[in-house]
Design a binder for this molecule. Structure first.
Ligand code: AMP
Length: 193
């Protein structure tokens, strides 16, 4: 299997690129943000529990992620690997993911980070707010999400660098240009296995 983490701050384009990558390499796309939004729409107990947290731009507690992820992965049978989008977001989640993959004799093969300047992120998120009406795309919540990314998620860069699995890719330009850059890294990684 080939297991890929798409990494980056909110607004970096993780969702857009993950969908394209999953299509091209026939990987299963798992977005924890999409899973939570669906739980909220369906007003499930989990949705009700997390909706306030997400609206404030905070992270859902780590304990709630691992079971969610395990069941999302188990639903995908006969896959060539996964694209993890928006997960892991903390060191604890990264360790949990490693253990979960180890249960199946697997590992994270590559982490690709989309690098985008803060001002560009804010502009993109405000445009998305108008288009999609996401409640966590207001100016105040965006600022909070960028802080949360800096404090809780960016330490993962070192975590994956130490394992030699981290590649940064410029996340600015057209969607196709960025996709090409990501594919180049994926193919390098696939051919070196
Ligand atoms: P996203 O669509 O990935 O930007 O996620 C939207 C929101 O869902 C985040 O701001 C968090 O509140 C929550 N969320 C998504 N994935 C995670 C995760 N791995 N850990 C904690 N919270 C998450």
């Amino acid at each position: 299997m080939f297991n890929l983490v798409i990494f980056g701050p909110p607004g970096a384009g993780k969702g857009t690129q993950s969908i394209q990558i999953a299509g091209k390499y026939r990987l299963a796309h798992i977005s924890t943000g999409d899973i939570f939004r669906s739980e909220i729409r369906n007003q499930t107990p989990l949705g009700l529990k997390v909706s306030g947290i997400i609206e404030r731009g905070e992270l859902v507690p780590d304990e709630l992620l691992i079971d969610l992820l395990r069941s999302a992965m188990r639903k995908c049978t006969d896959v060539r690997g996964f694209v993890f989008d928006g997960f892991p977001r903390t060191l604890r989640q990264a360790a949990d993911l490693d253990h979960l993959l180890e249960e199946d004799g697997e590992k994270v093969n590559l982490t690709l980070a989309l690098e985008v300047e803060d001002q560009e992120l804010i502009t993109r998120l405000l445009i998305r707010a108008q288009r999609e009406g996401r409640k966590d795309d207001t100016q105040e919540v965006i600022a909070n999400r960028l802080n949360v990314y800096q404090n809780q998620t960016s330490p993962l860069i070192e975590y994956y660098k130490k394992q030699g699995k981290f590649k940064a890719v410029r996340g600015q330009g057209t969607i196709d240009e960025i996709f090409d850059r990501l594919c180049t890294e994926i193919e390098t990684s696939l051919s070196s296995r």
